[in-house]
Write a protein that binds this ligand. Structure first.
Ligand code: FES
Length: 115
């Protein structure tokens, strides 16, 4: 429902956020775009971006520990798949948004729905 990574490319507008060098493997980057807090993960060279607000009680999600492709909310332990934003464990029952990410000329770009 919030998995924007599944949208057609023609419907997406990409915004540059940082040089890829700022996000080495194993690290995460926090940005705010269009008023939305977003965390970008570099998992072994693959980049994933999700909303940085837990849908259980608005906790900051991006500081959570990673368990393979799942991030665990530091507040009450809800789990989300960083690839899709899907909830994977209670107490959260609503997905977080997942955004398409690409690298162009060494710069990380995050995609939003055009409009
Ligand atoms: S705020 Fe994330 S699990 Fe409660």
């Amino acid at each position: 429902m919030f998995d924007y990574t599944q949208l057609e490319l023609s419907k997406i507008e990409f915004t540059e956020i940082a040089p890829l060098n700022d996000l080495p493997p194993g690290e995460r980057l926090f940005v705010e775009l269009d008023g939305k807090p977003i965390v970008v993960f570099n998992l072994a060279g693959k980049l994933f971006a999700i909303g940085d607000v837990c849908t259980h009680d608005n906790g900051p999600l991006g500081d959570g520990e990673l368990d393979e492709y799942e991030v665990v909310c530091p507040r009450h332990g809800a789990r989300f798949d960083v690839r899709t934003g899907k909830t994977m464990g209670l107490p959260a029952v609503v997905d977080v948004p997942a955004y398409p990410v690409r690298v162009v000329d060494g710069k990380i770009e995050i995609g939003f729905l055009k409009g």
